[in-house]
Design a protein around this ligand. Structure first.
Ligand code: NAD
Length: 486
């Protein structure tokens, strides 16, 4: 038997690929096959210190580079991403499991973030008031803040880092990325393309690892700001520890998104949209549809059409033609999902479609088929917790008031959708729902790069969200200059 040596990834510090100073590694698997594809270093505090030192030095020069020159590097980077689109998407599918089309869509979202950030010369402009009193004028100027730490989750290895580093660096900061240890491969390719685009050494750095790297970033006195995206308990922890260290922190967290289906909804559209939103990316999206609150009068019709469509979804390796539903990220996550399905049954919900019985659910990959529960209530754990898998809970409600009351009982408040053509009800939904990203007759209301990704309640900790002008404001600070001409 021949033994193939699986490579251990390197960190990227100061434009060099360097081995981590710790001996610890973790295995990285292709979730569709269970195959070992890499070892990721679990770096130490010393690796973080090295990266911060290099990034702090690079900041001194980078912040002086004129904004249009910094933007030009992003234009080149955008071009490289377009040229390498398929290659980047393939890496996403191999390490994350989502199907190739979804991976291509994710790369597109990344490209859009780069395009938005490339508008920095306009975005960074200040404001002037030439006359605040006799002979006096005032103006605001924008400046970068320093070395930014970015900590990202496994489910969007392309898009989520791209929410952070393009805007952070184009505004003159330097950046240290700690990618998810479960999907660490793409980050290294992104660094290679940044180098090709002409980004100076030390402006973008990667330190792979887990808790120790996160704590190293959170505690380092030379890091003024942390961008985090991940699960709710970790987001809360990162926000508390980071702000306790007097840092600026944005921490985007978990979700339990509700879709409301009213009796006048176009059922064909509602079921297709909710099918994609619940089972796309195997439900591993912070904007996934996890709960449907459907008006009792149309519940049977809705469920039967959804069930029929779910039966037609092809499950398998996301690189194979026509596959819709890929695997979950790890065996342990599959086990946790199976536990939740058992919990739902024990809690008395009616299991309408059992994803444990799908053929691929027994293969070497970590598959669970589309799973639908009916007659779920807000006392049940399957309604309360973020399962982050292709498990959809349906709650039958009397009317819109009942649907809104149910949605607003959730501790999470990332997204919410409504399916109806009744303008008055859309208005009531918009004005009374507790969620930061709303959809009307669409299933995944994830905002584009120029709007903020604006979760509420336990789906977000901080003030300024990722993306849009919030992102710009998060990565910059202002000086107000008042001048008397004498
Ligand atoms: P996770 O919280 O397990 O990990 C996120 C990051 O935190 C990783 O880099 C990980 O290494 C680090 N981390 C994990 N545990 C830690 C600990 N105890 N101490 C310090 N650092 C720790 O999240 P995940 O499973 O990779 O990602 C899925 C979660 O992310 C879901 O809850 C999803 O809803 C959320 N998410 C939210 C958004 C959003 O915009 N709100 C977007 C994408 C994902």
């Amino acid at each position: 038997m021949t033994e193939t040596k699986i490579a251990t990834l390197k960190n990227y510090i100061g434009g060099k690929w360097v081995e981590a100073k710790s001996d610890k590694t973790e295995e990285v698997f292709n979730p569709a096959t269970g195959e070992l594809i890499a070892q990721v270093p679990i770096s130490s505090q010393k690796d973080v210190d090295d990266a911060v030192q290099v990034a702090s030095e690079a900041f001194q020069e980078w912040k002086e580079v004129p904004v249009p020159k910094r933007a030009r590097i992003l234009f080149k980077y955008q071009q490289l991403m377009v040229e390498h689109w398929d290659e980047l998407a393939e890496i996403v599918t191999i390490e994350n499991g989502k199907n190739f089309n979804e991976a291509k869509g994710e790369v597109q979202r990344g490209i859009e973030n780069v395009e938005f950030a490339a508008g920095a010369p306009s975005l960074m402009m200040g404001e002037q008031l030439p006359s605040i009193a006799d002979g006096l004028e005032s103006g605001v100027y924008r400046y970068p803040i320093g070395v930014i730490g970015g900590i990202t989750p496994f489910n969007f290895p392309m898009m989520v880092p791209a929410w952070m580093f393009p805007m952070a660096i184009v505004t003159g900061n330097t950046f240290i990325l700690k990618p998810s240890e479960r999907t660490p491969l793409l980050a290294n390719r992104l660094a290679e393309l940044l180098e090709l685009a002409g980004l100076p050494k030390g402006v973008f750095n990667i330190v792979h690892g887990a808790h120790d790297v996160v704590n190293g970033l959170l505690d380092h006195p030379d890091i003024p700001a942390i961008s985090f995206v991940g699960s709710q308990p970790v987001a809360e922890y990162v926000y508390k520890r980071g702000t306790d260290n007097l840092k600026r922190v944005q921490a985007l967290a978990g979700a339990k998104n509700h879709s409301i289906v009213l009796e006048d909804a176009n059922m064909e559209n509602a079921t297709t949209q909710i099918l994609n939103a619940a089972f796309g990316s195997a439900g591993e999206r912070c904007m996934a549809a996890s709960v449907v609150a459907v008006e009792e009068s149309v519940a049977d019709e809705f469920i039967s059409l959804l069930h029929q469509k779910a039966d037609g979804l092809k499950i398998g390796n996301g690189l194979d033609e026509g596959v819709f539903l890929g695997p979950l990220i790890r065996e342990s996550h599959k086990e946790r999902t199976l536990d939740y399905i058992a919990t739902g049954e024990n809690e008395g919900a009616k299991l309408v479609r059992d994803g444990r019985k799908d053929e691929n659910a027994k293969s070497a990959g970590y598959f669970v088929g589309p799973t639908i529960f009916d007659h779920v209530s807000s006392e049940m754990k399957i309604w309360q917790d973020e399962i982050f898998a292709p498990v959809l809970s349906i709650v039958r409600v009397k009317d819109l008031d009942g649907a809104i009351a149910l949605t607003n009982r959730s501790s999470f408040a990332n997204g919410a959708c409504i399916f109806t053509n009744d303008g008055g009800k859309v208005r009531q939904f918009r004005e009374t729902i507790d969620a930061g990203m709303l959809g009307v007759n669409i299933g995944v209301p994830a905002p584009m790069a120029f709007f903020p990704f604006s979760g509420w309640k336990d789906s977000f900790y901080g003030d300024l969200h990722a993306n849009g002008k919030d992102g710009l404001n998060f990565y910059t600070r202002k000086k107000v200059i008042t001048t008397r001409w004498v």
